[in-house]
Write a protein that binds this ligand. Sequence first.
Ligand SMILES: Cc1cc2nc3c(=O)[nH]c(=O)nc-3n(C[C@H](O)[C@H](O)[C@H](O)COP(=O)(O)OP(=O)(O)OC[C@H]3O[C@@H](n4cnc5c(N)ncnc54)[C@H](O)[C@@H]3O)c2cc1C
Length: 379
Amino acid sequence: MKTLILGAGYAGLAAATKMKPTPGLEALLVEQNAYHTFETRLHEAAAHNTPVTLPLAPLLRGTGVHLEQAQVENVDVDAKEVTLKDGRVLTYDTLVVGLGSVTNFYRIPGLAENAAELKQLSDADEIFNFVNRAYSSDYAGNRDIVVGGAGLTGVELVTELAQRAEVLSRERGLPPFQIYLVEAGPKILPVLDDALRQKAENTLREYGIHILVGHRLMSATADSVTVQTQGGEQKVIPAGKIIWTGGIQARDIVRGERLEKGPGGRIAVDEFLRAKNYPDVFVIGDMGLALNQDGKPVPTTAQHAGQQGRLTGKNLIRLAKGEELQPYEPTTLGEFVSLGGLMAVGWMKLPWNQKLAITGGLAHVMKRASEWRWRVSID
Ligand SMILES: Cc1cc2nc3c(=O)[nH]c(=O)nc-3n(C[C@H](O)[C@H](O)[C@H](O)COP(=O)(O)OP(=O)(O)OC[C@H]3O[C@@H](n4cnc5c(N)ncnc54)[C@H](O)[C@@H]3O)c2cc1C
């Protein structure tokens, strides 16, 4: 059985590292980078240049999976062909697609052209370089930063940037740059309950971050954004750097006449995470539209991508051995949002579907523990 795994993110790498050399199973992992990116820590790289990648080759030892560093250009699930950017065409018996998501700029005028994103290492480098440049002695431009989107990524980024600004201001004797967090919805961090959200909001205010909820980002230029309040009033916010974290959509790379796509372009999958109408194609992580026990879409998170990847790796071995596939049963073990340094808020799941709210240093430890669990699971 010739198997291709596309993407070595949380989903694809989890699938690959759960595999073992199995008679009749030939597996190739295709990834554009020679490393895995801890996407959940990109905000730390953006603010502090923290290392957030891990070389792939050592992680695949003992799995029987070979690595092909190449960029996928197109996937045709009717022809069962994967075309690479260098023109080569790969064929497969079984395909696993885990190519993640891209930023959705919602066609807001000027946004895609003028805003940085936070989806890959080069984005984090761009932000880190701006902050350094902004504090150099010969910088005369605007140093303020506007971040659009107050979900997990936006909030984690602004708190980390605020910490960095404090340090740089002290070191260089310059006032910290202003940070504006712009959100069209009525609240930050909609995934959290009110008490935890309030704690997060208080922390942001202590950092001096300007929280503009109920402000829709209408357009962007190279050096400003225009926002509109719910009452229709428009304001221009000048900015040295604009960063958009306000939405994602599935990477649009898979073609198939009978593919079913849902919100955000995610590909609908069955209980075994196979694309509907294509039983030889597994779609996992941010690209797949798996449903939970209540029939609701599973969130696009690293936690769920990892669960889906681990199950799929084991299912590929079952498939090669002619055994029955195990169905996907999503569980959300908790959710933690880091708020810079040793501060975080979140909750963990308790028996009988109870949630335990945790804040401060302990929440930070829980967040780090989940990152460590991931690190250990791929070794
Ligand atoms: C700043 C930030 C913080 C986050 N924090 C959390 C958190 O705390 N908890 C949480 O659960 N989730 C968090 N997330 C979300 C989480 O990172 C994603 O849900 C997760 O990365 C999705 O996993 P994936 O495997 O589907 O895609 P990815 O991890 O994005 O992996 C996709 C892989 O495919 C590769 N690839 C893409 N296109 C091609 C191509 N054409 N050819 C070859 N290779 C390609 C990429 O290089 C990448 O390695 C955060 C995201 C961000 C940006």
